[in-house]
Design a protein around this ligand. Structure first.
Ligand SMILES: NC(=O)c1ccc[n+]([C@@H]2O[C@H](COP(=O)([O-])OP(=O)(O)OC[C@H]3O[C@@H](n4cnc5c(N)ncnc54)[C@H](OP(=O)(O)O)[C@@H]3O)[C@@H](O)[C@H]2O)c1
Length: 296
């Protein structure tokens, strides 16, 4: 299949592109900046540099590609950045998604949208797909409004909500796990939140889940994340244990003490029962994810 993947330079997009190439698809990877990947030259790989908030660029790309599937992973993904520049966050996360949907509709593409646990308020935890949303941050609001637009799409669509993604960086950008492993190895002091609970997601699992959605043409909302419930501090101590190192300079702190710009849900893990049942989704444990991220 011909698949357009936005956000290909990002952590999630890079794993999705790799997974879809491995499955034999023709992948049009797209980002705003030049290609960071090492996929150039692989059969089926093309790169399209494009700002998806530019309607003319989008129009030209869709005309040229005629994608059967769009995986929309591009986003302004840092909650504090979104809080600081709300106009830009709305333009990229909400309006950009609507513009992609309009173009996708002209080609009747299957539309797969990457969303987040931050659409929930974090009071319930282990949310199912049908739980009511209640974003605490501007990031969460822009993603929820984009979800609402996707739900209005007249052709098949899927919304994939994921949580705290980690994995060996394919293009050199650190994720939380690799960043914290460097702090521990270098014996640097670091404050890590201990009162937020997440279900961290190994990027390879997420990419496999998205590939399964495409293969099965599975529609509706899917929660794709890990099953272990951990705080970021809990993750950091497991990284230290995996490395066999003491981490006396990691300091557990409360969310309130960090004074971050964006409010974050405290208990936002997602229930993956539907993905297991419909997609055969089977994520690795956090321990296995650490092995894949930090091992070899
Ligand atoms: N990572 C997580 O823990 C997590 C958790 C929940 C949900 N998600 C969702 O998963 C998706 C991917 O997240 P990620 O962590 O991989 O994000 P990321 O590493 O920040 O990457 C975002 C990507 O979006 C691209 N992009 C941003 N604005 C663009 C624009 N106007 N035009 C074209 N490309 C643009 C960036 O391109 P350039 O780099 O070339 O500028 C980059 O490739 C997002 O939708 C995010 O909301 C992520």
């Amino acid at each position: 299949m011909k698949i357009l993947v936005t956000g290909s330079n990002g952590l999630v997009g890079s794993y999705v592109v790799q997974q879809l190439l491995d499955a034999g698809h023709t992948v049009f990877a797209s980002s705003r900046m030049p290609d960071l990947s090492a996929f150039d030259g692989r059969p089926g790989y093309r790169f399209v540099q494009m700002d998806f908030t530019d309607p003319y660029a989008l129009d030209a790309a869709f005309e040229a590609i005629q994608p059967e599937v769009v995986v929309h992973g591009g986003a302004m993904s840092k909650p504090d950045d979104c809080e600081k520049d709300q106009a830009e966050a709305y333009k990229i996360n909400t309006v950009g998604t609507v513009q992609l949907l309009l173009n996708a509709a002209a080609h009747r593409s299957f539309f797969v949208f990457l969303s987040t646990d931050f659409i929930f308020n974090g009071q319930g935890g282990m949310h199912t797909e049908n739980d009511p949303a209640g974003p605490l941050s501007y990031y969460g609001r822009t993603k929820l409004e984009a979800e609402e637009a996707v739900r209005e799409y007249e052709y098949p669509w899927a919304i994939v909500r994921t949580v705290f993604v980690y994995g060996k960086p394919l293009y050199g950008r650190d994720c939380f796990v690799t960043m914290i492993s460097k702090k521990i190895r270098n014996r640097e002091a670091y404050r890590v939140v201990n009162d937020q609970e997440r279900t961290p997601t190994y990027a390879g699992d997420l990419a496999k889940g998205i590939a399964a959605i495409i293969e099965k043409k599975a529609t509706g909302i899917f929660h794709l994340c890990g099953e272990d419930q951990l705080s970021p501090y809990g993750m950091a101590t497991r990284v230290a244990a995996y490395l066999g190192l003491d981490a006396p300079l990691l300091e557990p702190v409360t969310t309130a003490s960090l004074n971050a710009l964006a409010r974050r849900p405290l208990k936002s893990g997602l229930d993956i029962s539907r993905a297991k049942q419909v997609l055969g989704y089977a994520p690795v444990s956090f321990r296995e994810g650490l092995e894949k991220t930090l091992g070899g």
